[in-house]
Design a protein around this ligand. Structure first.
Ligand code: FAD
Length: 372
């Protein structure tokens, strides 16, 4: 391992990625500033928190599956370290995922997922509807089949963000509550001043594209609407693990929280930077959830929000040097929580001047053809 080279690191954007990078870079001995007008307010605040590379595996996305699977194995250690640094719980849950299907096409999709995973040497258990209900009795009769994925994890995104902010503060990170206009080697430009630095790290989620020419046109926002529900005293309990569809072809997931709450997501639309919640989005999410778990109708609807997934053309994140002195750690699309441990390890290696490893090569910014 080479000696630490950097001194003042400025992280732009304080979602799960930026907060984690800031915390760990400060803990590694760097002077760190985090520039964000409202830390923890982006996609990370609304996310479901599933850490589920297998349930999200898609033919053609083998590098993403590899990256996600590696990150998943690092999550327990990351969560423990976070909890110790923050003196707060990380919000990690270990009950696994149950994928379910309702109609014939959904069950065909489950067959495709299990066949694809089997082809990659990863076995998951195919279940009948009856076997699914044996594991999660609150699921309804419309559920006709499933897949058990025991190794997947989940994290309460808001608990994790609270812990990350506490860990960053405890490690000496300076919070600069302003919006960055532009990032160039040696400086992060704010509206009326400049923060000088040795290295700037761009992790401003869906807004990263406007901060540096090499990211222009490479990160696009993909809107997701999501609901938060709470069990009322008379209602049936939530499922014990993450349950996710397809439900008649539409993605749908229920992620239980420790306090009896359920996060119900999520829609996916490409409509620019719009974060308004639509009636159609809420209607479809509730209808699909009620198909999966009829008792959900007795829950309180606490919150409807929308966030912007920072997405790239190949669904892989962007981790690496844009030019000397400017690093990118962005573009995590649907997996920013899942991919945080591998992202942070790679950024810390790059800050030290070390090789981040072969796995990270696929995320190199130059593949996206932004203006260099
Ligand atoms: P963000 O969380 O978006 O944070 C960006 C930060 O940058 C914000 O705090 C913002 O204020 C700041 N910022 C923006 N512009 C500037 C600027 N110019 N100057 C300074 N600061 C700026 N991922 C999972 O792993 N599991 C899931 O279950 C999951 N579910 C999701 C559900 C929904 C509905 C959505 C929308 C996303 C979901 N994701 C999930 C994806 C995940 O939320 C994102 O990949 C992740 O949050 C990206 O984190 P980030 O830190 O890069 O960006």
């Amino acid at each position: 391992m080479s000696e630490k080279r950097t001194d003042h690191v400025v992280v732009v954007g304080g979602g799960v990625v930026g907060l984690s990078v800031a915390w760990r870079a400060a803990a590694a001995g760097n002077r760190v500033s985090l520039v964000d007008p409202e830390p923890a307010s982006g996609a990370s605040y609304v996310a479901g928190g599933m850490l589920a590379p297998l349930a999200e595996a898609w033919p053609g996305e083998e590098e993403l599956l590899e990256l996600g699977s590696t990150s998943l194995t690092r999550w327990p250690g990351f969560a423990e370290e976070l909890s110790c640094a923050a003196g707060l719980p990380s919000g990690l849950r270990t009950e696994g995922t149950l994928m379910i299907g309702v109609d014939g096409a959904d069950r065909e999709e489950l067959d495709n997922v299990s066949g694809h995973l089997a082809g990659l040497g990863r076995s998951v258990t195919r279940l009948t509807g009856r076997e699914v209900r044996k594991r999660e009795p609150v699921l309804g009769p419309s559920v006709r089949g499933g897949l058990e994925i025991p190794g997947d994890l989940a994290v309460d995104n808001r608990m994790a963000l609270t812990a990350l902010q506490a860990a960053a503060k405890a490690s000496g990170v300076e919070f600069v509550r302003e919006r960055a206009e532009r990032v160039r080697p040696g400086a992060v430009e704010l509206a009326e001043s400049t923060v000088e630095c040795d290295v700037a790290v761009i992790s401003a989620g869906a807004h990263s594209g406007s901060l540096h020419p090499a990211l222009a046109g490479t990160i696009r926002p993909v809107k997701g609407e999501i609901l938060r529900l709470r069990k009322r005293a008379t209602a049936l309990p939530p499922p014990t693990r993450t349950v996710r569809g397809p439900v008649r072809g539409r993605p749908c997931y229920l992620v239980p929280r420790d306090d009896g709450g359920v996060v119900l997501g999520a829609t996916q639309h490409e409509v620019g930077f719009d974060t308004e919640v639509t009636v159609a989005g809420v209607r479809d999410l509730l209808a699909d959830a009620e198909t999966v778990m009829p008792g959900i109708a007795e829950y309180t609807l606490l919150e409807a929000t929308a966030g912007l997934r920072p997405s790239t053309a190949d669904n892989l994140p962007v981790i690496g040097w844009l030019e000397p002195g400017v690093l990118a750690a962005t573009g995590h699309h649907r997996g920013g929580f899942l991919l945080t441990p591998v992202t942070v390890d790679a950024v810390l290696a790059l800050l030290r001047g070390d090789d981040p490893g072969a796995l990270i090569k696929a995320t190199d910014p130059s593949r996206l053809g932004g203006q260099q």
